[in-house]
Design a protein around this ligand. Sequence first.
Ligand SMILES: Nc1nc2[nH]cnc2c(=O)[nH]1
Length: 479
Amino acid sequence: MDKFFKLKESGTTVSREIMAGLTTFFAMSYILFVNPSILSQTGMKYQAVFLATIISAVIGTLIMGLFANVPYAQAPGMGLNAFFTFTVVFGLGYSWQEALAMVFICGMINILITVTKIRKLIIKAIPESLQHAIGGGIGVFIAYVGIKNAGLLKFTSDPGTYTVLGKGADKGKATIEATSSAVPGLVNFTSPAVLVAILGIVITAVLVVRNVKGAILISIVSTTVLAIIFGVVDLGTIDFKANSLGSAMNDLGQTFGAAFSHKGMGALFSDSEKIPQVLMTILAFSLSDTFDTIGTFIGTGRRSGIFSEEDEKSLENGSGFSSKMDKALFADATATSIGAIFGTSNTTTYVESAAGIGAGGRTGLTSVVTAICFLLSSVFLPFISIVPSAATAPVLIIVGVMMLASFKEIDWTDLEVAIPAFFASIFMGIAYSISYGIAAGFIFFTVVKLAKGKANEISPVIWVVNVLFIINFVILAMM
Ligand SMILES: Nc1nc2[nH]cnc2c(=O)[nH]1
């Protein structure tokens, strides 16, 4: 084991890796419930998406651990599952089978741009200050996810400034998209779940400040115990029958391979008038997926030393899979198409992996542990559902804070640096999108360089990415 995962060389131990793997799993286990509830609104069966989510997470995370030997976990991403449901299916009117076919193609494009080194080229073209900004920005993003999951925020929307998306408005179950006048605010601390989350933040902060070994996992477990004591989690409602594996397997027949059916790939390219829009939608999927992954690796890998300087050099100069980053990018690229075959939107490297990395995870053994947990969750789902978001949200907030350290590398007094850095970091969190944060960072990098008469500092790759993102924004606005 030590030899295979290079534990000693990476300065870690089996027990630390196991703790880290469990931590990452608990930090991202919410996706097991949230992904099916979002995608099933399109007509896909809940249990089918549930199994597809587990299968794609297990396969993607195992490839990451066994092939790339890095402590990252994969699962269907939260940004693109919403894009799949609310934009592609509800907004543009594609069937979920067609949307799955687009996700499959996006996965193949991911593999293509990875093996042809285009993704490496993009990473190399990102200026250093923007790389640090993206790193800190991922911290803002993950802390914001934590703050939202902890229930600390409410959003108030004025009458008439929202759109009802999806079905179930009559049952009060529709998704509401509020426009810019939705104002965020702090909730009143009346809900027991919020109070437990706040206690969880205090526990996590105390444990990490005191350098307690296993702080993050201890925090999740102790906050879960508090949640049970405060009645946030009701052990009496654990339903062992409702989540049986047998019925889920049956339902998987609905989504497995649907991307290639006549309702999927067949329908997608049957109408030649629709093809430009289909291609643009695939581009939107691909841009988001690619930059999300790049941001996650840069943001979490640099500071923790998972991708060392040597590794980066070999990424720049080596060929084939000579560096860890090469292998990790490939592992990420393969998972999306696999997920689409089983029935889920884009599978991506999770920013929550930072929680396990924060707990000391340094090698692929962490990922293997996370993958095993995902596998077991198909049987033990009722037990996993005991851990409430009030117990995992504090971890995301504190890990986000840890990641802000990258900001110290940025010269915030120099506006030429600070303006693009702001968009690639703070704006990334506020817009709740890693890839659009990076897009805005690139665009404003170009604006300030042009304004300073330094067009020669803008690489051709940045120009191409700018143009693709602008086309993407314009087309999405017109759709
Ligand atoms: N990187 C990343 N992490 C996530 N965690 C939850 N959703 C996402 C996502 O879309 N991207």
